[in-house]
Design a binder for this molecule. Sequence first.
Ligand SMILES: NC(=O)c1ccc[n+]([C@@H]2O[C@H](COP(=O)([O-])OP(=O)(O)OC[C@H]3O[C@@H](n4cnc5c(N)ncnc54)[C@H](OP(=O)(O)O)[C@@H]3O)[C@@H](O)[C@H]2O)c1
Length: 274
Amino acid sequence: MVALQPRRDLRIPPAYRDAMEINGSTILVTGASGGLGNAMCRELAERGANLVITARRRTLLEELAADTGAEVLVADLTDRADLRRIADRAASCDVLVANAGVGQDPPLAELTEESIDFSIDVNLRAPIVLAHRFATDHIAAGTPGHIVLIGSLAGMAASPGTRMYNATKFGLRGFALSFCQELEGTVVGCTHVAPGFIRDAGMFANNDVELPQGVRTKVPADVASGVVKAITNGPTEVFVSPPELRVASTIGTVAPALAALVQRKLGVSERTGS
Ligand SMILES: NC(=O)c1ccc[n+]([C@@H]2O[C@H](COP(=O)([O-])OP(=O)(O)OC[C@H]3O[C@@H](n4cnc5c(N)ncnc54)[C@H](OP(=O)(O)O)[C@@H]3O)[C@@H](O)[C@H]2O)c1
């Protein structure tokens, strides 16, 4: 196994490492059959990327491939052999976008070990395994690359009924913020992208959840722009949400009891995590 220690001979100025070009680069996107994955793939293809798209639903991937010229890789992130196939393919890509995620959190009484494993496998284990393999492969080869981890504001503030989603997205953010520091001075960069509520397509739109009055949303194209910013500028974190939601999430991080009280006052009792 390759150690993640920055190797002096591979040290390059961050300005070079961070300035990844989208045009002509090969970008692997997980969860490409979903609402946000579809939007980000179309934006990246528009900007001249060669795409490798992966998910379980072949038909949706093939429809997207017909429009973008993408290579299709049908795979289930909960299957260890499939996950290795994705990691193997990502080794020769310039950018990894770990976007796939699951949001369904069953009622507490229906939570099973299987559903706990499923959430952890898709939302946390798979992106960590892929990011680690991508980074170590690229560092060993001395090939610049960038990792984009799609998290959520649900990785900063918890809501009632979204326990596994919160658990995995908090975990992913923790991994990302540590990993970004660890990769400093190597040929690989890493960005955590945290969307808030996204309307029109994707898991929040599909769940038809009503938000408290005044809570604003963004659209899938905003998330796609966040991914472009992540790849081209290489910041540690990109937020895709109205500023007030980001402030509320920050309060949720530092004062969770206060955030819970505010949510109760606003009548947030159903799942609103996304
Ligand atoms: N939509 C929002 O408001 C919102 C807000 C914050 C963060 N996010 C995050 O954004 C990312 C994309 O979400 P989305 O809104 O686009 O959700 P979505 O429309 O439900 O798409 C989820 C994607 O994940 C893939 N996926 C799920 N389980 C998988 C498995 N076992 N193996 C392989 N792929 C699997 C799905 O593909 P298949 O079913 O074809 O396998 C699909 O492509 C997620 O990480 C989500 O947490 C979304």
